[in-house]
Design a protein around this ligand. Sequence first.
Ligand SMILES: [Fe+2]
Ligand SMILES: [Fe+2]
Length: 217
Amino acid sequence: MTSNKPQDDAPETPSENGGEAAAEASDIEGLIAEARMLLTHRESPDPDTFEDPLDFIREDHARQLRMCNLLDAFTEKLELEPVMPLASALLDYVTGDLPLHTQDEEQDLRPALEERCEPEDGVADVLKQMSKEHELNRDLVSFLIDDLEALADGRTLSNPVRLLMNMKEFSETQRQHVTWEERVMLPLARQRLTAEDLAKIGRNMAARRKDGEAEAE
Ligand SMILES: [Fe+2]
Ligand SMILES: [Fe+2]
């Protein structure tokens, strides 16, 4: 009589390794979906109810740090496949929400900190470092733009590894910058800025985004 029981000594099916590869592929799909969500243009705050612009900046930082981790995962193997479906969203982000964030810090936080900080805060050095790092970040973004535009247009890159290495560099530099701002600059702003300062910064940040939306229409 023939048994229907599975046999203990049955040979392993070839799907075992294939299963791992499939799981890895679905992990990457999940990460790509998460990245798309993170890269989506952030809704403008309502100027009438926008009370804490520092929280808005901190939320941007949390998003930037998560993005850096995802970019690391996408570029880890120096393969272009996971980056291709994100090229257009990444391009929008590095030319849209990211420069808006930098403008918030340079055009609104900077003058408020200059006005409110005490001599012992060493604010001149803090602001000097902030601007130096923003300049470096802008340079790194400029190295990404042509390649991301090409990918977004469906063109082939002559040197895909260059884009992947530049993305790694951007992610590492951005992570250090955000971590420093969270540790040094935002606590200083939280300590020294008044409620009126925050209200003014909030109005400017909301207006900056409304202007951008009006231009895009
Ligand atoms: Fe910054
Ligand atoms: Fe920042």
